[in-house]
Design a binder for this molecule. Structure first.
Ligand code: NAP
Length: 248
């Protein structure tokens, strides 16, 4: 079954690379007009240009998602340009790993701001018109480690677990306006974020995954696109694990 999108506009954060790029490209292939947000101009511009070259609709916008003021300004400008942003995918994220006793305050705050506070900033910035239109989709890209915990990733796991509480609360607040809010919790996906793992760690992780491989960005993009589609209108407040069976 093909997914349906009725003249929708989506904003995807962290669309310059990896999972966000795959989400932007998958939505665009379904006819969605996609605003690609990333930290560097080079990356979001390249993804938007690639989509346009294939006949899709896309534009690029550089925003540091950890900066609440910058997000509020960008959201206001983008809403003036696009009328409504129907779909918000909060995907931008970073890691600053280290054991708790050695973790610097800066690494805690950077990870919480980029992964979690950013969701709050964008939701505040773009959700009101969705509620007026009585249609909207918010998808937050969390992580299985937000459900499991992971040594050396206290900051990241706290942010990713926080996204789940935010998702469920927002789902309850917006359900009466037919705006859904769900989370996707990826396992280990082959992107720049995991390319730093040495070969032995990567082999060890793969051995724990029942499907015996790392995931691809497209595995996450397909689940996300479904949750953004017209067909997913009766699904809200849920967390969808896409991890090759790691968390069972
Ligand atoms: P990635 O390849 O490192 O890409 C991260 C993207 O986020 C980039 O486009 C980057 O922008 C953008 N970004 C980072 N900080 C930003 C900021 N302050 N403002 C704006 N954009 C910012 O990451 P990924 O692996 O695709 O991960 C995407 C999401 O999935 C993250 O939230 C991550 O936590 C989550 N996730 C990933 C995995 C995995 O195994 N890869 C597993 C579970 C969850 P630039 O391109 O401009 O640098």
């Amino acid at each position: 079954m093909d997914l349906t999108f009725q003249n929708r506009t989506a904003l995807v954060t962290g669309a310059g690379r990896g999972i966000g790029k795959a989400i932007a490209e998958t939505l665009a292939a379904g006819g969605v007009n996609v605003i690609c947000v990333s930290k560097s101009e080079k990356n979001c511009e390249a993804v938007a240009a690639g989509i346009r070259d294939r006949g899709g609709m896309a534009s690029a916008r550089v925003v540091d998602v950890s900066d609440g003021k910058a997000v509020a300004e960008a959201a206001a400008e983008l809403l003036a340009e696009h009328e409504t942003i129907d779909i918000l995918v909060n995907n931008a994220g970073i890691t600053r790993d280290g054991l708790m006793l050695r973790m610097k305050d800066e690494d805690w705050h950077d990870v919480i701001n980029t992964n979690l506070s950013s969701c709050f900033y964008w939701i505040k910035g773009v959700v009101r018109p969705m509620t007026r239109k009585r249609w909207g989709r918010v998808v937050n890209i969390s992580s299985v480690v937000g459900l499991m915990g992971n040594p050396g990733q206290l900051n990241y796991c706290a942010a990713k677990a926080g996204m789940l509480g935010l998702t469920k609360s927002l789902a309850k607040e917006l359900a009466s306006r037919s705006v859904t809010c769900n989370a996707v919790a990826p396992g280990f996906i082959r992107t720049d974020m995991t390319s730093e793992l040495d070969e032995e760690v990567s082999r060890e992780i793969t051995s724990r995954v029942p499907l015996k491989r790392l995931g691809e960005p497209e595995d996450i993009a397909r689940m996300t696109a479904y949750l953004c589609s017209e067909e997913a209108g009766y699904i809200t407040g849920q967390v969808f694990t896409v991890d090759g069976g790691l968390l069972m």
